[in-house]
Design a protein around this ligand. Structure first.
Ligand code: GDP
Ligand code: MG
Length: 697
């Protein structure tokens, strides 16, 4: 028996770091009965932050998945990380989610990272319910936060509740509960039972007037989406609660509105209504449009195929996370169509390899003993598979009889690298195994061994990313490795477009070789791999020789430039024409000519060093604003936008990564620890001459 698809909700909780995602998740597990005790982030006892690194830092790095029942449904919930160094984790979760709960702090409002994740959710068309958390904090301002969601995010929030009071207990008008604007009743949550019991009462007289105002506002906006509701409102007839919920659901699924709820997860207030909203307003997998992919006949064809979210369709699913375990890798898969059975084989269509599906598990965080093993899962579900040996994040698994290739998950280029050296031969072997394992878990992390120096270069998305990897090597894998300082991952390109000729006139092993190529090199603005193409008329060079020339160009592009041997980027290479000789030309001759053209092209085009530029979003108390801007200027930074929110200033800036090492420490001393910053790679840009000069350019 598979779980009923209409009862499933695959959702994620997304937010800025510290808004309270993990705390909300803990409360959800507790109230659903999946857990008998509330874990606390501050004590390192939560269910989803189960990596020691996370417990120590109190942040969620690796998205975990938990599953639990609520009312008539089963919720598969992915806890996503809020730190920007880990955006790839967020992206890959959004790919497999059907809906999200976006958590904001009523005190901080819409923060930089919440804006980023909101845009990511837009990109993947994820319907959202909003939870405004920390209503108990000093300085909580629900109206300001609500307003910011509308203004800064361009969203259409609709309050389906009205908070009663805001701010800490025993002062002024503290946060005490919420008014449900649909059923028109007061909900309170009682600390003696950890908020487990939700009390429903009539709205107190003193609050009736404001509750009715907010309800009217809600009905007024919802009327735009439904004629029946509009009519009832116009005629001032009673509007049934079920109709209101139905309209909210329909408009939420069409991304027209986002229902908003309020609470304080830490104090166990307002979380159960969020779970109700997940069931009532977020889609089940059967309501999602069919996934699209390329039909496969050995190689991808141009033919797009769709698979409906139905269990009778052929099986296809996406691996969105790999968690190595002693018993073999644990692949987390979103099943889009069909059924998956234990003890069968499927096709990994990304790698064209058959994989074993030995066991299937419903997942409860990463603690195996609490997960349930099953024989069969149906369309729409999320499941952990043991058995696959080659699959990594982003791969498609499908029925071998009906092959299909889904869009893979794209990951950005790495910007920072660090050399590590194993202390002994035994460590070397262990190190390469550990790195292999970590690469499969984290597709934004790269590792390469340099045979000549014995060093291994690991690279990633930021200082914190590498720091976390380093700690895992030392702590989880108990490796003895020497770790060097992190350094910037530069790239190289050329200053101007040039056309050059590359030749081969050589006597090799008694044979006279000849080849000539005319090649164009052009700088582009696009990061990423070099595009080598040919516009050479086919009668000039036979196809196998031309292929050899293109391959050589590609290899040279990966091999690195003339300044510091950094990989080439932002470059377009076109073979324009060439000459071959019926007897004296062969692939070797054309490889030599291509290499010769490359050397000329790079020198004559004027080599340019490219450095990674990071985007910074800084939040600081107003009094430190000037110091931050001054400091950024010294780091070759550029402030692109500033804003204030009460006592806080927001600074949006960009600066070269090379100037940002140790920025978190500097930031702490500039603000006495009161500022926060998120950083993410933006693009690569030409480095100024003094930076390039350090490499002798
Ligand atoms: P995450 O980074 O989004 O996962 O946030 P956490 O759940 O780790 O919470 C960050 C901090 O905020 C922790 O110290 C929590 O105890 C605290 N916190 C979370 N929710 C609330 C709340 O509703 N009220 C208050 N006062 N603190 C909260
Ligand atoms: Mg967390």
């Amino acid at each position: 028996m598979t779980r009923d698809i209409r009862s499933l909700r695959n959702i994620g909780i997304i937010a800025h770091i510290d808004a309270g995602k993990t705390t909300v998740t803990e409360r959800m597990l507790y109230y659903s009965g999946a857990k008998h005790r509330v874990g606390e982030v501050d004590k390192g006892t939560t269910e989803t932050d189960c990596d020691p690194e996370e417990q120590e830092r109190g942040i969620t790095i690796y998205a975990a998945c938990v599953t639990f029942p609520w009312r008539d449904c089963v919720i598969n919930l992915l806890d996503t990380p809020g730190h920007v160094d880990f955006t790839a984790e967020v992206e890959r979760c959004l790919r497999v989610l059907d809906g999200a709960v976006v958590v904001f702090s009523a005190r901080e409002g819409v923060e930089a990272q919440s804006e980023t994740v909101w845009r990511q959710a837009d990109k993947y068309h994820v319907p959202r319910v909003v939870f405004i958390n920390k209503m108990d904090r000093e300085g909580a301002d629900f109206e300001a936060t609500f307003h910011e969601i509308r203004e800064r995010l361009g969203a259409c929030p609709i309050a389906v509740q009205l908070p009663v009071g805001q701010g800490p207990p025993h002062q002024g008008d503290p946060f005490r509960g919420v008014i449900d604007l649909i059923e028109l009743r007061l909900l309170t949550f009682h600390p003696e039972r950890d908020g487990k019991e939700v009390r429903q009462e009539p709205i107190p007289d003193s609050l009736v007037e404001s509750a009715m105002l907010w309800r009217e506002q809600m009905i007024h906006e919802l009327a735009n989406f439904n004629d029946q509701l509009m009519l009832l409102a116009l005629q001032e007839e009673p509007i049934p609660a079920d109709l209101v919920r139905q309209v909210i659901r329909e408009a939420t699924l069409l991304h027209q509105i986002q229902p908003v709820l309020f609470g304080s997860a830490l104090h166990g207030m307002g979380v159960q209504p969020v779970l109700d909203a997940v069931q009532d307003y977020l889609p089940n997998p059967a309501e999602m449009s069919p996934v699209e992919g390329f039909g496969l006949a050995k190689k991808p064809t141009d033919r797009k195929e769709v698979r409906p979210p139905e269990s009778d369709a052929p099986f296809c699913g996406l691996v969105f996370k790999v968690l190595p375990a002693k018993t073999g890798d644990f692949c987390w898969v979103r099943v889009y169509s069909g059924r998956l059975k234990a003890n069968t084989r499927v096709l990994n269509s990304t790698r064209d390899q058959k994989e074993n599906v030995a066991q299937l598990w419903y997942i409860h965080a990463t603690r195996k003993e609490r997960e349930g093993q099953v024989d069969l899962v149906g369309a729409g579900d999320i499941v952990g598979i043991i058995g696959p040996r080659h699959s990594i994040t982003g791969d498609t698994l499908c029925d071998a009889k009906a092959p299909l290739l889904l869009d893979t998950i794209e990951f950005p280029e790495t910007v920072i690298a660090m050399a590590i050296e194993p202390e002994s031969t035994a460590d070397r072997k262990k190190l390469s195994e550990a790195l292999e394992m970590m690469k499969r878990q984290d597709p934004t992390f790269r590792a390469e061994e340099n045979q000549d120096t014995g060093q291994t270069l690991i690279s990633g998305m930021g200082e914190l990313h590498l720091e976390v990897i380093k700690h895992r090597l030392l702590r989880d894998f108990h490796l003895n490795v020497k770790v060097h300082k992190p350094r910037v991952n530069y790239r190289e390109t050329i200053a101007r477009g040039v056309q050059v000729v590359g030749e081969c006139h050589r006597l090799i092993a008694g044979e006279q070789l000849f080849a000539r190529l005319k090649v164009q090199f052009e700088p582009t603005r696009k990061d990423g791999n070099i595009l080598v193409t040919s516009r050479c008329p086919p009668e000039l060079i036979p196809p196998d020789l031309l292929t050899a020339a293109i391959e050589e160009c590609q290899a040279r592009a990966e091999g690195g430039g003339v300044i510091g041997g950094f990989p080439l980027s932002q470059l377009k290479v076109t073979i324009l024409s060439g000459e071959s000789h019926p007897l004296n030309s062969n692939p070797t001759a054309f490889r030599i000519a291509a290499a010769d053209a490359f050397d000329h092209g790079l020198r004559e085009g004027g080599p340019v060093l490219l450095e990674p530029i990071m985007k910074l979003d800084i939040t600081t108390p107003n009094e430190s604003f000037g110091d931050f801007v001054g400091d950024l200027q010294q780091r070759r930074g550029e402030v692109t936008h500033t804003d204030t929110r009460g006592k806080l200033s927001l600074i949006e800036a960009r600066a070269p990564l090379s100037e940002l090492f140790g920025y978190s420490n500097a930031m702490r001393s500039l603000s006495q620890g009161r500022a926060s910053c998120s950083m993410q790679p933006l693009h690569f840009a030409a480095a100024p001459p003094e930076v390039a000069a350090a490499f002798g350019a």
